[in-house]
Write a protein that binds this ligand. Structure first.
Ligand SMILES: C[S@@+](CC[C@H](N)C(=O)[O-])C[C@H]1O[C@@H](n2cnc3c(N)ncnc32)[C@H](O)[C@@H]1O
Length: 206
């Protein structure tokens, strides 16, 4: 019988033990630790938040004086504290007004925007890469509209021909830009995370 590659995965086991909805939480934990993100009191927007592990982790890190607003096409069923709010919807339709409503006027602006959005993969690598790049570009567009100056941005994208241009776009809006491939990323995965810190504010000049 073929061996299931997920059985025995230490991050999957750890997530279960620690009550997180998904093992992807450990990618965020590593990125947040390395770049000093998710500090107490921060207001964070979590794009593509289902099943909820990033929202769980972020809300623990920012604490009750902070705020996490998540959005996803799918619902989130894990229990979350009152300072975490989840909207069901499409990031392409997201308006700052609906975020303000979910945040009861405490945001925008946000201190951080993170996107773990992923397309439904087709197995056709070029199509999946293009879809992932489209989601990442949308995340950057949202970040430019809702981040406070000095804010941070984390976005997942599948490595491919569009990633260099995306990284350059992030560089236009953030003082520092880095690419991370956390330890919890599965070996066969083509995903990377682009991390921007020190948001310059507003739309970049043409
Ligand atoms: C890898 S999962 C996110 C996992 C999540 N960070 C966690 O830790 O639980 C990717 C998510 O992106 C969401 N997604 C994909 N396209 C989206 C879109 N256009 N708007 C909102 N969410 C989207 C999917 O529904 C899926 O739940």
């Amino acid at each position: 019988m073929a061996k299931n590659p997920y059985v025995g995965d230490r991050f999957t086991r750890k997530a279960k033990e620690e009550g997180y909805a998904a093992r992807s939480v450990y990618k965020l934990e590593e990125i947040a630790g390395r770049y000093g993100l998710l500090r107490p009191g921060e207001r964070v927007l979590d794009l593509g938040c289902a099943p909820g592990s990033w929202t769980q982790f972020a809300s623990r890190r920012v604490g009750g004086s902070g705020l996490v607003v998540g959005i996803d096409l799918s619902g989130v069923t894990v229990p979350l504290p009152p300072h975490a709010r989840v909207l069901r919807g499409d990031a392409f339709d997201l308006e700052p007004e609906s975020l303000a409503e979910a945040a009861e006027g405490r945001a925008p602006p946000f201190d951080g925007v993170m996107s773990d959005m992923a397309p439904r993969t087709t197995g056709v690598r070029s199509a999946d890469q293009a879809a992932s790049a489209g989601l990442a570009e949308r995340a950057l567009e949202v970040a430019r509209r809702v981040l406070a100056p000095g804010g941070w941005f984390v976005v997942k994208v599948f490595e491919g021909p569009d990633v260099r241009a995306l990284r350059e776009e992030v560089r236009r809006s953030f003082v520092s830009v880095a690419t991370a491939r956390p330890e919890a990323t599965r070996q066969r995965s083509i995903e990377v995370f682009i991390v921007g810190t020190g948001f310059r504010g507003g739309e970049p000049p043409e």
